[in-house]
Design a protein around this ligand. Structure first.
Ligand code: URA
Length: 434
């Protein structure tokens, strides 16, 4: 079929032939199909969806649009974790070294901040010298020698996704479950993993605001992975408030190091252990999550996780002294405090709005080409359910631009709702799918 006929078929809800899907995506990646025809097809998919057979062909074509790395020279089951994105989600920074210290190789290709959500690459780059733009050969060597490597998507890994993502971003076709699932899974499967743990975030700070949507996304991603012979487990986790106490790149590195020292906040530690335990079981170094959690705890207590983190930083060109001297990380010039205007309980947090406030402060990007400020961000001093007295500090704002403080305070004030009755506590891990 010609591109026109494929677009028309999807528009009219007729099934697409897997071969046509492969040829369409391959031709688009090669520049033989223009953006306007791909945009039309994406919008038709947005409204019509993809059947299981179409999705399998679509995801496979995305994966095969570039290099699929082979890490078989490294012994063991290679396991990665992917989060669908949230606010204050710095789990990868403490999880990857902990899991690697327990003997499971972790090849991790991560992303940058997207919209209101932070990105692992931006957090890593707040460490002076840390390089995320390694070649695939260096990546393979570090996975082999260190047991972990954290890089960004290269030109050769799933190039169809790189092109498609930029197009979706400007054609209002991002929020589409089959397109999100194939985008994420094509990158993850290209990095050379044997198994994957998905952290699908749910709530006001996540792309999926409801449990049913998050469940559908998780199942769609699991289906793609399983069809390609990979074991995939998903945890649906709460994003109704930022994870941990900090939002902002260098601040989040410090907090991840706190987890590695055994003094991280309870929610961040629990999220790290829950995901890490699944990784150790998939990696076949633990027979169950109970044993796996004990291994992770031991790697914190005996300092093996922190030592692995130092090694990762050093081998990726960063200054490992930041682990023991956090003043070597970028620090903000000033601090301001948002105080509670009234007493009560913290009832809800519009977490997406907190993420957008962090972007306004400089911790994220408004446009793709914007530089981020690694030093700025928030320390959240109260969690949902906490009692707050009038005038008590709610948020510490770490700023470099004084003119941003008042607008950011206004955004934060609007996003933190106080009330008289403490809300019921929500579990952090909402569901496990396997
Ligand atoms: N992250 C991705 O990598 N792709 C999407 O489509 C959405 C989030």
């Amino acid at each position: 079929m010609q591109p026109y006929e494929i677009i028309k078929a999807k528009r009219d809800g007729q099934p697409l032939d897997p071969g046509d899907i492969r040829r369409f995506l391959a031709a688009y990646t090669q520049g033989e199909i223009p953006d306007y025809q791909m945009s039309a097809l994406l919008m038709a998919i947005f409204f019509r969806g993809l059947s299981a057979a179409e999705l399998a062909a679509w995801a496979d074509a995305m994966l095969r649009s570039g290099e699929v790395l082979d890490l078989s020279e490294t012994p063991g089951v290679k396991v990665d974790k992917h989060s669908t994105g949230g606010v204050g989600d710095k789990v990868s920074l403490c999880l990857a070294p902990l899991v690697a210290a327990c003997g499971v190789p972790v090849p991790m290709v991560s992303g940058r901040g997207l919209g209101h959500t932070g990105g692992t690459l931006d957090k890593l780059e707040s460490i002076p010298g840390f390089k995320v733009g390694l070649s695939t050969a260096e990546y393979r060597r570090l996975v082999h020698e260190v047991g972990c490597c954290l890089i960004g998507q290269t030109e050769t890994l799933a190039p169809a996704d790189k092109k498609l993502y930029a197009l979706r971003d400007v054609t209002a076709t991002v929020e589409c479950i089959p397109l999100i699932a194939s985008s994420i899974m094509s990158k993850k499967l290209a990095e050379g993993i044997d198994a994957l743990v998905l952290d699908v975030k749910v709530g006001s700070g996540a792309f999926m605001k409801t449990l049913p949507d998050a469940r559908t996304l998780a199942k769609t991603m699991m289906g793609i992975g399983q069809a390609m012979g990979r074991r995939v487990v998903a945890l649906l986790t709460d994003m109704e408030q930022p994870l941990g106490r900090t939002v902002g790149n260098a601040l989040e590195v410090i907090e991840a190091q706190d987890v590695l020292r055994g003094r991280g906040p309870a929610d961040l530690t629990e999220c790290t252990y829950a995901l890490g335990a699944e990784m150790l079981v998939l990696g076949k170094v633990a027979s169950g999550v109970h044993e796996a959690r004990a291994m992770l705890r031991r790697a914190v207590e005996d300092g093996a996780g922190l030592a692995k983190w130092r090694q990762i930083i050093e081998r990726q060109g960063g200054d490992p002294r930041v682990v023991d001297d956090e003043s070597l990380l970028p620090g903000a010039k000033g601090e301001a405090v948002l105080e509670a205007a009234a007493g009560g309980h913290l009832c809800t947090v519009d977490t997406e709005a907190v993420g957008r406030a962090a972007v306004e402060l400089g911790a994220g990007r408004l446009r793709k080409e914007d530089a981020i400020d690694p030093a700025v961000g928030f320390t959240l001093l109260k969690r949902v359910g906490d009692r707050v007295e009038k005038g008590e500090p709610l948020v510490r704002i770490h700023f470099n631009r004084e003119d941003k403080v008042e607008p950011v305070k206004a955004r934060l004030t609007a996003s933190l709702k106080l009330g008289h009755v403490a809300p019921e506590a929500r579990p952090l891990i909402l569901e496990r799918l396997a």
